[in-house]
Design a protein around this ligand. Sequence first.
Ligand code: PHE
Length: 360
Amino acid sequence: MDGIDTLKARYLAAISAAYDEASIEEVRLAALGKKGEISLKMRDLGQMDPAQRQVAGAMLNLLKDEIDAALRAKKMALGDAALDERLRAEWLDVTLPARPRPRGTIHPVSQVMEELTAIFADMGFAVAEGPQVESDWYNFDALNIPPEHPARQEHDTFFMHRAPGDTRPPHVLRTHTSPVQIRALMAQGAPIRVIAPGRVYRMDMDQTHTPMFHQVEGLAIDRTISMANLKWVLEEFCRAYFEVDKVELRFRASHFPFTEPSAEVDIRYSNVGGQLRIGEGDNWMEILGSGMVHPKVLKAAGVDPDQWQGFAFGMGIDRIAMLKYGIPDLRAFFEADLRWLRHYGFSALDVPDLAGGLSG
Ligand code: PHE
């Protein structure tokens, strides 16, 4: 049997050699566990005579306490070392950006949709949506464009396929977002203030036309809404959107089947060396169509035109994106060219809002 001192030296050495929680636990079990060396010796005390037991018992207890204390101290030291190690390894430079700069960018059309949603929301307009494959009735009839109306040809409509023998008028790819005003009116009734941004389709392709493009429709119906309200809303919108103090709009009498009276709206701008400036100069650019919603349209949507009236407008989103961000060719919008997107795209972290600045 090893003497107490030998035992003590051996276990203290083992403790100091332990390098992690598991090896400490191994030493503890070997010494003080149920079948540990020191525990067994304590059990042997029972067979000794009383005088011997007193001396040996005291020494063993002392040894047990010492080993126990050494184990605890080592455990704590290892814990501290582990913590130090973690603190060293998991060190973080809090001055680094929280995320790596995202590689993707927000497309100018999405950016402009966010911008105009923020502006119109501030004026109390909700966002309405509708399907891109639209029925003939919503896209034309309800908007006072009957089948024989020339506007149907002007819109260069894409027609959907019908099963052979099906004589109903084919669905169309919506040629404007105006059908959404019908849907919104039918769903909500008057009073109402909505904008409807989205994709529209017409068979057309050149530097300023693509077969798919984007429009935002605006609709405000109440008891006494007039052209004056329309003018204010559009001017307010243009000031906020183009981020200039002064804008000048020109209302030109026009014709749309769904509004009476109707006006096309031009904005004053200058073009000096390819630099477009809104609100100054001698040039005018058409940016939207508008007017007072035709009584027949209100009636088709189930709204009593003797009680309610209001304005609608439709604006090309791509067009105003090109104007604001100096993008020369519309076709590039839809070519998914990464170099173009990196140049004209916006950071996903700059969400447009009126207080924080629209275009970041
Ligand atoms: N829907 C028209 C177009 O696409 C635009 C418009 C909307 C005009 C609402 C007047 C009122 O040409």
